[in-house]
Design a protein. Sequence first.
Length: 190
Amino acid sequence: MKLNIQEKAAIFPMPVLMIATYNEDGSVDVMNAAWGCMLNMSQIALNLTETHKTVENIKRTGAFTVALADRDHVAEADYFGMVSSHDDPMKFEKSGMHAIKSEVVDAPIIDEFPIVMECKFVEYQDDDLGIGVIGDIVNVQAEEYVLDEEGKVDASKLNALVFNSFKRDYYSIGERVAKAFSEGGKFINK
């Protein structure tokens, strides 16, 4: 029997995304955002408020990167969600992580995270139903170790973090269950 649990943020899993930008002085800013998704095949939507230093930076530079956090860096990813660059401008340096400048957008790429999307800022939606930050994905980079023999990302090698909004926990995904757009074929023409 199902029970009413008084929970509204009930979508699970949610990706753990690391949004990286440059501050005014050229230092790296990174935040943890679980409220993000693909808007279409080449755009990403991030439900972020304008109070975030990261959003200020995105609007100023017109660019950002989005990395998928992984199991090996759960402490760093969590830290980036706990501390605001407004409060501690040295938070990236304290993490011990490393960044390089993207060659295609004015934003940093965090070396330690295995997949990164390099994005150009499109718009900020702030009305009642607005999404927040929308960006065009102009390039995607992946570490070789997370790719299969066809050059596609193998989720079982990625160990991507997901956020459980029910209990505020992180989980790691990786086990392949079935081939998409194949398994359900047994119900076609039934």
